[in-house]
Design a protein around this ligand. Structure first.
Ligand code: 0XW
Ligand code: MG
Length: 368
């Protein structure tokens, strides 16, 4: 089976509610997602997506994704899709790095392959261990009272885990937020406190001490992996890396230096689902917990995260975050990926199990 055509679509995803998605590193209002449709000579259509959460969160941006796709896509026309490893080499031979754009191809090829074999993508990633995965709720940087109120509501709605955003403001506000959330939810949910690179080493140490008795994982408190390394042995809380896991080597380095107790993984940042199976297996060797998320995106990215999530050993799984709570509507109104009671069902249909409605996408912005 060969690739005949590749269509690229652009989809704008406004953040619900008007005030944006506020992190220490940025406040985003409108996200620009790139969708790929790979059409084969047998008439199968595979979908991929990559949607950076703005240009500041990590070194990815929407125009960069489409420029990288323009370098890669022409070389794929006429290529056989049955070997993921061979086609990944064709992609790598067209462009050095830019894993976040290559991820959209990886997801689309797996979608095609799953459909042609009649199996869900989870089967191609080693096989599902569950048919329903936990999600987690991520708050935005807000007042201590408002954040605690939302946290309590989301626990009532069934979320087994919360990610509380802090950083980019006074230490006092951040400390009060963590305390108020703990008073509101206690042991009813696991808590991650995400600094999104916004704290200095000194502030991270203060926050750690001032919240000493509260059990949470401290996610990406500081900007660089070197800063995080200096925290080793000086904090009472476990530290998870997110933004610093820019590629497989960064994960290997963090594990071998023993500076991460867990991870927030993003499928596109790591280069796609195939690469995610490598970090999943590296984490299994060291019993390290992790998420399977992406920074943003619609049903395609959501389905990709959920398929991978279903293959992770549940006791180490920290949840699959998808953007659904912050965006309106779905690309696939027939089989959308949805959070119910804080959990997401794993699609059982062949491939990704989602098909965007052509009406929602409009005309392709590029065709190869
Ligand atoms: C909660 N997320 C998965 C969504 C935004 O992209 C930020 C991210 C994170 O954990 O940093
Ligand atoms: Mg994070």
């Amino acid at each position: 089976m060969r690739i005949e055509v590749i269509n690229v679509y652009k989809c704008l995803l406004p953040v619900k509610g008007g005030s944006g998605y506020r992190m220490a590193s940025d406040n985003v209002q409108l996200l620009d997602s790139t969708l790929l449709e790979v059409v084969t000579d047998e008439g199968l259509k595979g979908w991929g997506e990559t949607c950076p959460v703005g240009p500041i969160y990590q070194p990815h941006h929407a125009l960069g994704a489409r420029a990288a796709i323009a370098e890669i896509a022409p070389g794929l026309i006429g290529q056989e899709v049955s070997s993921m490893r061979r086609i990944a080499k064709v992609v790598d031979d067209r462009l050095n790095r830019h894993g976040y754009a290559k991820a959209a191809f990886d997801i689309a090829f797996l979608d095609v392959l799953g459909q042609s074999l009649g199996v869900p993508i989870s089967s191609l990633l080693g096989g599902a261990l569950t048919d329903r995965v936990p999600s987690y709720y991520s708050t935005i940087v807000g007042t201590p009272e408002e954040t605690a109120r939302i946290a309590a509501d989301k626990v009532k709605a069934g979320y087994p885990r919360l990610q509380i955003k802090i950083g980019g403001r006074d230490l006092e506000q951040d400390v009060a937020t963590v305390h108020k959330v703990w008073e509101a939810v206690g042991y009813k949910a696991r808590i991650a406190v995400d600094g999104n690179r916004g704290l200095t080493v000194a502030t991270a140490m203060h926050l750690d001490r001032l919240c000493e008795s509260i059990p949470f994982a401290f996610e990406q408190p500081c900007n660089t992996m070197d800063e995080i390394a200096t925290l080793k042995g000086r904090l009472t809380h476990p530290v998870y890396l997110d933004e610093n896991t820019e590629d497989l080597n960064a994960v290997l380095r963090a594990i071998s230096l023993n500076i991460a107790d867990g991870f927030g993984f993003k499928v596109t940042r790591l280069g796609g689902l195939s690469k995610m199976t490598t970090v999943r297996d590296m984490c299994a060797i060291r019993s390290l917990p992790h998420t399977c998320d992406d920074a943003w995106g619609g049903d395609i990215i959501a389905a990709a995260c959920v398929h991978l999530a279903s293959t992770v050993e549940p006791r180490r799984f920290e949840g699959a975050w998808i953007a659904q709570e912050y965006i309106e509507g779905h690309y696939d109104p027939v089989n959308p990926i949805v959070i119910r009671d804080g959990h997401i069902e794993v699609p059982q249909r062949p491939g990704l199990g989602v098909k965007p409605d052509p009406e929602t996408l409009g005309a392709a912005v590029a065709t190869y």
